[in-house]
Design a protein around this ligand. Structure first.
Ligand code: PLP
Length: 401
């Protein structure tokens, strides 16, 4: 039943009655999005500097994505992967392969599912006897049982025991710890080039080169979880391109579908060929509608020069944020790449987020003290300024000058 006008309180009551309570939400109902803007049911407009939890990398309802979805919906929405081929899936796989390291693609529906696939593929390639996956403290790889175990943060695991065996954790950027963890039982090392949920922690280029060498020497697969860093977020198509360290497997989701659910695992061809019929599958994986949206994302980034814009706006944002750091002693560090920016505070940041919202600007806080400023790739200089001006005021109100 479609409703013309909704009331915030009605929706909240409905959600409380009919939805499970696993999401902590603000009393705001979003009813429309366009570009960098979202509107709530009361008509308030917000500048969205964290659109869709890094999903809406092109902003909301990008016209190319909207058109591609509408056109595709009239032609073919879904066809099963067995026994048929479909055109958009083939085209999107080619785009992913040719824009990265020439591998082959498996499509699924989410980041967790892409990472599950990567873990399975690595084990398939290295078993029998080598099933251990080494991951990193403060990582985030998803909420399925295997990926939440790969996510080395106890707060996400508590209560879900027994967790699947075969995972070991290391501190990021510590090569000697990794050397100890990687042994003759190890199948793969899995990491985010920049940890997102864990607080925007960057894996150093030199460290990544050493990790690659270690994996090569010990016959271990290297998996990069690019669910958050992929599709242009860092100013390159994929985060690995910042360091030039090429993984054996790369996982993607979030921004890949411009808002439509799609995930992907890209693997070097010799590894990918292990996934023969019967080994792995996903009913919806890479269906025509989602793949058409993904193709539109590639077109938008290329035709609208959005990698260039990401780099340009990133430079401006980092300059403005450096001014803020000089002014607000509560800011400990500003770090990130492209438009994946973390502002680490000496104190919890939740109050700053809600003050920004009052001013009509939405940003995120992760890991208690790290504000995340991740505008879409279409963002303008004026919008960056508006977001940072609001943050400046919010920091003053919350912590003083
Ligand atoms: N990997 C990374 C790096 C993520 O940031 C996330 C989600 O935030 C995931 C995996 C899980 O993705 P999804 O929620 O689509 O399963």
């Amino acid at each position: 039943m479609s409703k013309v006008k909704v009331s915030t309180q009605t929706v909240i009551k409905q959600v409380e009655r009919y939805l499970m309570g696993n999401y902590k939400r603000l009393p705001i109902v979003i009813v429309r999005g366009e570009g960098c803007w979202i509107w709530d049911a009361e008509g308030k407009k917000y500048l969205d500097m964290f659109p869709g939890w890094a999903v809406s990398g092109l902003g909301h309802c990008h016209p190319r994505v909207v058109k591609a979805i509408c056109d595709q919906a009239k032609t073919l929405i879904h066809v099963a992967n067995v026994p048929f081929y479909s055109v958009p899936q083939a085209d999107l796989a080619e785009l992913l392969s040719t824009h990265s390291f020439g591998g082959k693609v498996f499509f699924c529906n989410s980041g967790a599912e892409a990472n599950e696939g990567a873990i399975k593929l690595a084990r398939l390639a290295t078993n029998p006897g080598r099933g251990k996956i080494v991951t990193f403290f403060n990582s985030f790889h998803g909420r399925t049982l295997a990926t939440v175990t790969a996510t080395a943060q106890p707060k996400y695991q508590a209560g879900f025991e027994p967790l699947p065996p075969g995972f070991e954790y290391c501190p990021l950027n510590d090569l000697s710890a990794l050397k100890k963890a990687v042994d003759d039982k190890t199948s793969a090392v899995m990491l985010e080039p920049i940890q997102g949920e864990g607080g925007i922690n960057i894996a150093d280029d030199d460290y990544l080169r050493d990790v690659r060498r270690l994996c090569d020497n010990r016959g271990v697969k290297l998996i990069f979880d690019e669910v958050q860093t992929g599709m242009g977020r860092t100013g390159e198509w994929f985060g690995y391109q910042l360091s030039g360290v090429v993984p054996d497997i790369m996982t993607l989701a979030k921004a890949l579908g411009g808002g439509v659910a799609i995930g992907a695992m890209v693997a070097k061809a010799e590894l990918a060929d292990k996934l023969v019929p019967g080994t792995h599958a996903s009913t919806f994986g890479g269906n025509a509608l989602a793949a058409a949206a993904g193709i539109a994302v590639f077109e938008a980034v290329e035709k609208e020069h959005l990698l260039e814009n990401t780099k340009k706006q990133s430079k401006h944002a980092f300059e403005r944020l450096a001014e803020l750091k000089a002014k607000h002693t509560v800011i400990k560090e500003i770090r990130g790449k492209g438009l994946m920016i973390g502002i680490e505070l000496a104190k919890p940041g939740a109050g700053v987020v809600s003050r920004c919202l009052d001013k009509g600007v939405y940003i995120n806080c992760t890991h208690d003290c790290v504000l995340r400023f991740m505008p879409p790739m279409i963002v303008t200089k004026a919008q960056i300024d508006q977001g940072i001006d609001a943050l400046d005021e919010a920091l003053t109100e919350e912590f003083g000058g």
